[in-house]
Design a protein around this ligand. Structure first.
Ligand code: FMN
Length: 324
């Protein structure tokens, strides 16, 4: 049976999947701030088929998150197909295959961007995954394995031929990891290929709405994915929307707005994960929410060391008194 067709807004803003960051709580915050499409953190196909509980838990989402994609990674045809079928049974809107992750624990096993050294096998796995499910399958990848083999322009066409319905390209190679700056020129070149008819989403180093608007114009991408700049700054999605879609100047959050969103994030985190894990989970977000607050070090240390909800609420009050 043919896969159903992907159907996003005309210029979607996507929250990048980020392990240990884009959990259901942060995704909800970003959705409320204008992200159109969100993904699960990546899930190992091996873990999925072995029914590993924390992996399955990472894939839970609610209806307000749609369109929602479950991202899987792996290196073997049968395992990836089985994992895709399990992911499909959770009813996401699409399945995304990660052919871009450069971190050692993934790439060294020839999963993620490690597979960019074996394009024939990568394409066989991708084709088999597309055939094994009925929902759309997308790919997130990089420019190529290294600077000598940047090959996204050819590779994207092959992915399209095996039934991939959308490709997100992070403008770095595998060997660059996160170094240097993302190069969007090859993403732009890919968009000029008249044989490509599926959406191409640009990703890498977007830090402001103005930059997103400039890159949309320069590289003609069909959507933009934002990762690190959304952490502590989920408004970036609304700002991009205002500038790119609504044609109005974006507004910037006040200190009070920042604090209020952080408080909302905190409350959701506690409600979803319980006191202990809810408090722990927030520690990676505080420095981003309050970045630029002068002489903030003492309050930050207290936020990072407190294990008690009412103490943290008290610190929020002190932040309000001092900065808002
Ligand atoms: C902490 C962290 C975790 C990430 N986890 C994933 C992941 O699970 N799946 C994935 O495809 N990319 C992952 N990425 C890569 C991002 O999705 C994105 O491609 C990259 O950060 C570049 O975009 P940015 O410059 O907007 O952050 C991760 C990045 C970071 C910083």
């Amino acid at each position: 049976m043919l896969n159903s067709k992907i159907n996003f807004l005309s210029f979607p803003l996507l929250l990048a999947p980020m392990e240990d960051v884009t959990d259901a709580v942060f995704r909800k915050i970003c959705k409320d701030c204008g992200a159109d499409v969100v993904f699960s953190e990546f899930a190992s196909a091996d873990a999925l088929i072995r029914n590993v509980k924390p992996t399955l838990e990472k894939l839970q989402f609610d209806e307000t998150e749609r369109p929602f994609g479950i991202q899987i990674f792996g290196n073997e045809i049968n395992t990836m197909c089985e994992a895709a079928i399990i992911a499909q049974s959770l009813h996401p809107d699409f399945i995304d295959i990660n052919w871009g992750c450069p971190v050692k624990k993934v790439a060294a096993k020839s999963a993620g961007s490690g597979m960019l050294q074996n394009i024939p096998l990568l394409l066989s796995i991708t084709k088999a995954v597309v055939k094994s499910v009925q929902i759309p399958v997308t790919v997130k990848t990089r420019l190529g394995y290294d600077l000598q083999s940047e090959m996204i322009t050819d590779f994207a066409e092959k992915l399209q031929d095996v039934g991939i319905q959308m490709i997100t390209v992070h403008g770095r190679t595998k060997t660059q990891m996160y170094k240097g700056v993302a190069d969007w020129t090859l993403i732009g070149k890919l968009k000029q290929n008249p044989r490509i008819h599926i959406p191409i989403i640009g990703n890498g180093d977007i830090v402001s709405a103005q930059q997103a608007a400039d890159y949309q114009q320069l590289y003609a991408v069909d959507g933009i994915m934002i990762g690190r700049s959304a952490i502590g700054n989920p408004w970036i999605f609304k700002q991009c929307k205002d500038l790119i879609i609504n044609n109005i100047q974006p507004s910037y959050p006040s200190n009070k707005d920042r604090l209020n969103i952080c408080k909302q994030h905190f409350q959701l985190s506690i409600a979803t994960k319980g006191d202990f894990y809810g408090i722990l989970n927030m520690r990676k977000h505080y420095k981003h929410y309050f970045s630029g607050f002068e002489n903030f070090k003492d309050l930050k240390i207290r936020l990072l060391t407190s294990n008690n909800i009412s103490q943290i609420e008290d610190i929020f009050q002190q932040i309000e008194d001092k900065y808002c």
